[in-house]
Design a protein around this ligand. Structure first.
Ligand SMILES: Cc1cc2nc3c(=O)[nH]c(=O)nc-3n(C[C@H](O)[C@H](O)[C@H](O)COP(=O)(O)OP(=O)(O)OC[C@H]3O[C@@H](n4cnc5c(N)ncnc54)[C@H](O)[C@@H]3O)c2cc1C
Ligand SMILES: NC(=O)c1ccc[n+]([C@@H]2O[C@H](COP(=O)([O-])OP(=O)(O)OC[C@H]3O[C@@H](n4cnc5c(N)ncnc54)[C@H](OP(=O)(O)O)[C@@H]3O)[C@@H](O)[C@H]2O)c1
Length: 443
């Protein structure tokens, strides 16, 4: 019997498990699946942890999420085609839920069956080699240190790529008298009340960490971008300036000559794709981009078609794109989809990569990833979902952000699965300090 190893049970690993479960429910004979998760529970980044640094076993904490994190895109854009928000919550809910609400939704879909039986928790995959037609997978039980080995026909890498921080160095850091940290370790914006905060970066973490600090009472927030400013109309107390040059004592000096007193520097400088458990010739090397090379259909490793990567792209689309990838991967593994010859694979990858390299603005990027996801969707029996509506929502959302970065989360969108329209949330995001599920859903 074909044997499949799935590494990681974040949203991608759970999509893979769900894809096999759905085929089995239709009476298909599915492969033997063993899933490895190094944390004690499933949900990946959405399984929040207060911990930073190492866990109780000395293993680096993968979590990068923080208290008060709300969805940064409309929930309708990530909705599962086979499990709507209406079905899970029993009523339409607002479009930008906090982390705990989204976690509840992700877990709700997989909790009904017996998928947990397939998962080895607290188990870290330490090595994967390919040897005479099989993958040899070594894994460690973190609770007792025991190392075991097993052979598999396919390996699915769903270990995420927002867990290992990229940490640059700036002049003066050594002698800065305040705190320097990466957004990976950011947990609670309250910590920075009355502080002068410097945020470095110009992507989603920089935007949201800066807004959080402002919302929870930082004295000032100064964002230092490197290439392109985000350019939003920032609320009072925030500004965006060009590139940090150096720190001198408590002073942050930027290349545009801005000088700012600083108590804390938060590096929102992104993450590394990091696969220390994979043999060199199996390991994806890429930055955070919409079409990492060497992945056929964004999923199948070009040099070994039995190695599957899920969710390695930079992400506008998330959960339903992961599902489309997982359903496609399932059908490749079960022999329902044939992989073409090497020339065709090369051509297809090059086509997507060269299109990606020409993208100039967010609308084009949204179109690109929507086209990619639609193509995958058509290749499997993943249920019907309106990706044209999702495309439209994403573009509207981008424009709402440009209109006002403090109010875009107050807007409401319609579901691409059920068509129902979300209610407007009872409290505007900027004044909603309690982000518990109870308050969000019930007030
Ligand atoms: C701060 C932050 C906020 C975000 N907010 C949003 C949002 O609002 N909306 C949205 O749609 N997306 C958001 N994302 C994007 C996020 O990447 C996806 O939502 C999703 O979590 C990706 O799922 P994944 O399964 O690929 O990875 P992860 O969620 O990272 O899961 C990977 C899993 O693999 C496990 N693992 C790793 N290595 C091993 C190993 N060697 N052995 C065993 N297990 C292993 C980890 O423990 C983890 O459980 C956010 C990301 C970050 C960093
Ligand atoms: N729900 C939420 O509110 C929320 C919050 C945070 C994050 N997220 C998610 O988390 C994921 C990761 O986002 P991310 O912003 O952490 O990573 P990212 O999108 O990969 O962006 C990394 C940023 O780091 C900058 N950078 C890199 N090196 C730098 C340096 N030496 N100095 C200054 N800037 C530097 C890059 O700028 P250049 O352009 O100059 O290279 C870029 O702006 C995304 O999927 C996002 O959606 C969601």
């Amino acid at each position: 019997m074909t044997k499949v190893a799935i590494i990681g049970t974040g949203p991608c690993g759970l999509s893979m498990l769900r894809a096999f479960e759905q085929a089995e429910k239709k009476g298909e004979k599915i492969p033997e699946v063993v899933c490895f998760e190094k944390q004690e529970d499933w949900g990946g980044l959405w399984n929040y942890s207060w911990r930073t640094g190492s866990d109780q076993y000395g293993d680096p904490v993968p979590n990068s999420m923080y208290r008060y994190l709300w969805s940064n895109g409309p929930k309708e854009c990530l909705e599962f085609a086979d499990y709507s928000f209406d079905e899970h919550f029993g009523k339409p809910i607002p479009s930008f839920p906090p982390r705990e609400v989204l976690y509840n939704y992700i877990i709700g879909r997989v909790s009904k069956g017996n998928l947990k039986d397939k998962i080895k928790f607290n188990t870290k995959v330490t090595n994967v080699f390919y040897n005479s037609d099989k993958f040899e997978v070594s894994y460690q039980n973190k609770t007792n240190g025991e190392i075991s080995k097993d052979n598999f026909d396919y390996v699915v890498v769903s270990t995420g790529h927002f867990s290992v921080p990229f940490i640059p160095q700036y002049k003066g850091m050594d002698s800065f008298p305040g705190r320097i940290m990466h957004s990976h370790d950011f947990r609670d914006a309250e910590e920075f009340r009355d502080k002068n905060v410097i945020v470095l970066g110009s992507s989603y973490s920089a935007e949201d960490v800066a807004l959080q600090c402002n919302k929870y009472g930082a004295k000032s927030v100064t964002i230092g971008y490197r290439h392109n400013p985000m350019g939003f109309k920032w609320p009072k107390g925030m500004k965006e300036v060009y590139y940090l040059d150096r720190l001198e004592g408590k002073k942050a000096i930027f290349k545009d000559k801005t000088e700012q007193e600083a108590d804390v520097i938060i590096l929102c400088t992104g993450y590394l794709h990091h696969f220390p458990f994979l043999d060199e010739n199996l390991s994806l090397r890429t930055g955070n981009r919409l079409y990492p090379p060497k992945l056929y259909k964004g999923v199948v490793w070009q040099d070994n078609h039995k190695l599957i990567y899920l969710g390695m792209q930079d992400q506008f689309h998330t959960f339903n794109m992961f599902d489309c990838q997982a359903w496609y991967a399932r059908d490749v593994i079960m022999g329902k989809i044939q992989i073409p010859n090497d020339d065709e694979i090369e051509k297809d990858i090059n086509k997507w990569v060269s299109m990606e390299e020409k993208l100039e603005n967010p609308d084009q990027m949204i179109d690109f990833q929507t086209e990619y996801t639609k193509e995958l969707h058509e290749m499997s029996n993943y249920p019907k979902i309106d990706f044209e509506l999702i495309r439209k929502h994403f573009k509207e959302w981008e424009h709402h952000k440009v209109e006002d970065i403090s109010t875009y989360r107050n807007k409401a969108f319609s579901s691409p699965v059920t068509g129902s329209v979300a209610p407007v949330h009872h409290t505007p995001w900027a004044s909603a300090m309690d982000d518990s599920m109870k308050t969000f859903l019930n007030k």
